[in-house]
Design a binder for this molecule. Structure first.
Ligand code: BEZ
Length: 398
């Protein structure tokens, strides 16, 4: 950040920010000479296409922090919450508002890959930790990786890569790909192509539309005329719901198998009804994973929010665990940054998705599951790829 931008934020107003305090006052060694509370900047979408994703991440993360007594390494904290609207052009300003004007000690966010790339730049310039609870921009796990950047979710390549093999096994030889024209869409398509073309599959066409446009008709007409064996798409949130409905309405569902990373159906398959039925997806989570933590988390989340749990809630919960474990290791001292990096690098996160660790490029190494919507439920079909790590190509941690 330039000095000018920094001054602007120091002088500016904190519009659109929400502050939530946790716990009562407990004197710690941080009370002497500096503020006792940690200040955490939480940047997520609470409006627009990805609003539901932002809410589930937030509520589940706060749930996990409450389970830990609302303390991080014995330290109280405030969360400064900001709606990033999934708007990349506002990403740098919003991140700077949290780190510079609000003087947050660290950043958590976000959902949208374009926004997180902007956040990562500001966090690097300000030498602050950034923990990513969703956005899978591959670059941040490859050339753009940095020591203080960690992800508790996935790289967009991860859930996409096994999907190519699934389509091949189902007999598909040709595919048309469709997505929003932004980094997450490109990363996801690349993951599918890597396995599908390696196994002999042929890509007939890639169709791109601007984010968050949901006028899918032109693309669907093109798919109908190309007649591929299958279609692979990356869409999520409200856009995914609309796409599945339009795909069915266009008469394509019965003719051409539709695949995607699990973001296509997670959080929206109930509302999609028959439009989601039969769709196979690959993801690092499945509703009916048979482990006690998953069963308990799903029940607790439903009880507390009256909403159904999905992968985004799981990632929020795991981000809470990640914060609790890391800050515990350094007794709440974010200034002990080298020790904190070491602790986080050695993380073993016990999650509703199953245990995961972190790769050298600070991204989860995790099982990817094959799922299929059936009878109004998202069913686990098996492990599509065991302990999958993003290749991390070009990550030097410089
Ligand atoms: C992304 O932008 O990286 C993303 C958004 C929603 C779901 C998954 C990934």
């Amino acid at each position: 950040m330039t000095l000018r931008t920094r001054r602007r934020f120091l002088a500016g107003a904190g519009a659109g920010l929400g502050v939530a305090a946790a716990g009562g006052f407990v004197p710690t060694r941080f009370a002497i000479g500096q503020k006792a509370k940690l200040k955490i900047g939480l940047m997520l979408p609470y409006t627009g296409t990805y609003a539901a994703l932002g809410h589930n991440i937030t509520d589940a993360m706060k749930m996990r922090l409450a389970e830990a007594g609302n303390k991080l390494g014995g330290r109280e904290y405030d969360i400064v919450q900001l709606d990033d609207e999934s708007a990349p052009p506002k990403g740098k300003d919003n991140a700077a508002r949290l780190l510079v004007r609000e003087k947050c000690d660290m950043l958590i966010g976000t959902v949208h890959s374009g926004v997180v790339l902007a956040m990562a730049q500001v966090a690097k310039e300000e030498d602050k930790f950034l923990v990513i609870p969703n956005a899978g921009a591959v670059d941040l796990t490859r050339k753009g990786c940095t020591p203080k950047l960690f992800r508790t979710s996935f790289s967009n390549w991860q859930p996409a890569f096994p999907c190519g093999d699934v389509a091949l096994k189902d007999g598909a030889k040709t595919a048309v790909l469709m997505t929003w024209n932004y980094p997450a869409g490109h990363d996801s398509l690349q993951g599918f192509k890597d396995s599908f073309t390696k196994g002999g599959g042929k890509i007939l066409k890639e169709i791109l539309i601007d984010f968050p446009n949901v006028e899918f008709q032109a693309g669907l007409t093109e798919i109908a005329s190309l007649k591929p064996d299958c279609v692979y798409v990356f869409f999520a949130g409200a856009g995914a719901l609309k796409f599945m409905k339009d795909y069915e309405a266009a008469g394509l569902k019965a003719k051409i198998s539709l695949y995607g990373p699990g973001f296509l159906t997670d959080g929206v398959y109930r509302e999609a009804g028959s439009a989601a039925s039969g769709i196979k997806t690959t993801l690092h989570y499945a509703d009916d994973l048979d482990n006690p933590m998953n069963r308990k988390f799903r029940a607790d989340f439903k009880k507390q929010t009256n909403r159904d749990c999905d992968v985004y809630a799981v990632q929020g919960y795991d981000t809470g665990t990640f914060l609790v474990q890391g800050l515990q290791a350094v007794q709440g001292d974010l200034g002990a940054d080298k020790a904190l990096v070491k602790a986080w690098e050695a993380s073993k996160i016990d999650s509703p998705r199953g245990m995961f660790t972190l790769s050298k490029s600070h991204d989860p190494v995790q099982d990817i599951y094959l799922r299929q919507v059936w009878g109004g439920e998202e069913k686990y079909l098996g492990v599509a790829h065991k302990a999958l790590a993003d290749p991390g190509t070009g990550c030097t941690m410089a």
